[in-house]
Design a protein around this ligand. Structure first.
Ligand code: NI
Length: 134
């Protein structure tokens, strides 16, 4: 059985590879390489999979999952510049894929091992990435 907590955060980023010229970065990353940064309204889905607890009827208490996601991720990333404010992205390009990977790693160590964790991150209405540890 799978359950999901949906949270949102607004954050700025710039996609670029150090060592590449501005032209090369623009060619590869387009508008997302704007040196003055730009923002997205991210939608973060945190999926937890495991058996239903026969006592509670829950896989996991979604209130506790909400507090975990907010406390560890969205409270820090919301209204942040991911490149400048979040040390996780000091040496990692904050693509939709890498942000999902970073979030998964943050949450994985805080979540009971009995659960399978999947993070799905919507960068726009049309672009999404998903990571389950593989
Ligand atoms: Ni972007």
């Amino acid at each position: 059985m799978k359950v999901c907590r949906r949270e949102t955060f607004n954050a700025a980023h710039r996609l670029f590879k150090e060592g590449w010229s501005d032209e090369k970065n623009e060619e590869v990353f387009g508008k997302c390489s704007n040196p003055n940064y730009h923002g997205h309204n991210y939608v973060l889905e945190t999926w937890v999979e495991g058996p239903i607890d026969p006592e509670t009827g829950y896989v996991i208490d979604l209130k506790k999952l909400k507090e975990l996601v907010r406390g560890e991720v969205t409270d820090r990333f919301d209204h942040a510049n991911l490149n400048l404010d979040c040390p996780e992205f000091k040496n990692i390009n904050p693509t939709c894929e890498n942000i999902a990977l970073v979030i998964w790693n943050i949450l994985r160590v805080k979540l009971d091992e009995k659960y399978k964790l999947t993070v799905r991150l919507w960068e726009t209405e049309n672009n999404v990435s998903e990571y389950s540890g593989e």
